[in-house]
Design a protein around this ligand. Structure first.
Ligand SMILES: *Cc1c(COP(=O)(O)O)cnc(C)c1O
Length: 331
């Protein structure tokens, strides 16, 4: 099951949906609107709503479009029981094994399962699922504890099972069960907190790139950018690059955050502006106006940039704004 929520983690729902449609058994999104975007793009795979219905009024549209529903609370069970649907819907019964965000408590699983099995609006056995809180950290004991609770809560119940997000897929083979639910790794990035051998084959899909639009020399003691947060400690060459927080580059990226100018590393200096950043190219004497600059991509992991901005790569790709032109390359 390919997770394509949040505009396919910023890559574009339609493009990614069409690219994956024939290779996956299902897709998953966060809400009805995202599922309808996939349907309007002609995607025919089953689509799971990961948080299920937010309101009773969504149930007819969900059924009409053949969406699968996560059932994670009692209200959703009631909405199903009192509706009249022309076609029954497939349900995923979500169990709270320790994330404590969504899901039925383990002691209530049998009861909810019985009600879903008895409901005419439900098609087949619900898929039994849960979600990990710490699978990106192989040293954490929480994943094994969640698996144990999941096993206990589902013992003896029919139906297939699902637990693994990307980190579960990459680092927890025990968690694979019948359905895996990778999101972030589909876009070629590693969800793990430290390098893991299974992430080596991943190749980032998204490259954020721009060009140098101006170059200048500044003297020792001069500062760069808003708030004068960087001071030249030697005569410096500063290149201005046409990318800023309005284009999805994180404003909180700190001095020293790497960029690639013609494939060579150059550090960010000064604050990130809305439309521009400034980088120190003193050590790259060949750098000039018009040169290509990579902000992240296969040669510069988005998670390295995210780390310099106090966040994770998930946030950077997902927050890619509409202003930034997308150029699709195939192959
Ligand atoms: C977002 C999400 C995933 C995918 O997580 P990644 O870390 O991106 O692989 C899987 N399952 C659920 C329930 C999710 O909400």
């Amino acid at each position: 099951m390919a997770v394509v929520k949040a505009n396919a983690y910023g890559h574009g729902t339609e493009v990614i949906g069409r690219a994956l449609d024939q290779f996956v058994d299902a897709m998953a999104v966060a809400c009805l609107e995202e599922a309808l975007t996939l349907r309007q793009a002609g995607i025919t795979s089953p689509v799971l709503l990961l948080e299920g219905l937010f309101e009773e009024s969504e149930i007819q549209a969900a059924a009409e479009h053949g969406l699968w529903l996560t059932i994670d609370n009692e209200a959703q069970v009631r909405w199903l029981e009192k509706s009249r649907l022309s076609t029954p819907v497939k349900c995923w019964l979500k169990i709270d094994t320790g994330m404590h965000r969504l899901g039925v408590q383990p002691e209530n699983v049998a009861g909810v399962h019985r009600r879903l099995s008895a409901c005419d609006n439900v098609s087949g056995d619900p898929v039994l699922c849960t979600h990990f809180a710490s699978a990106d950290d192989v040293s954490s004991g929480q994943t094994l504890q969640q698996l144990e609770r999941f096993e206990q809560a589902t013992a003896g119940l029919p139906g297939s099972r699902s637990a693994a997000n990307s980190a579960g897929v990459l680092a927890w083979p025990k968690a694979h069960y019948d359905w895996i639910r990778p999101g972030y790794m589909l876009y070629g990035n590693s969800p793990m907190t430290v390098p893991h051998v299974n992430t080596d084959p991943l190749k980032p899909v998204m490259t954020l790139s721009s060009r140098v639009i101006s170059v200048r020399e500044i003297a020792i003691g001069e500062t760069v950018g808003y708030g004068a947060t960087w001071t030249a400690e030697r005569p410096s060459r500063i290149a201005t690059v046409a990318v800023g927080y309005g284009d999805g580059y994180p404003r909180l990226a700190r001095n020293g955050t790497p960029t690639l100018v013609n494939g060579q590393r150059a550090p960010l200096v000064g604050r990130v502006s809305m439309d521009m950043i400034t980088i120190d190219v003193t050590d790259l004497p060949a750098a000039r106006q018009g040169d290509a600059v990579t902000l992240w991509g296969p040669e510069l992991p988005v998670d390295e940039i995210a780390d310099c901005a106090g966040t994770i790569g998930y946030e950077l790709t997902t927050r890619m704004p509409m202003r930034t032109p997308r150029v699709l390359t195939s192959g």
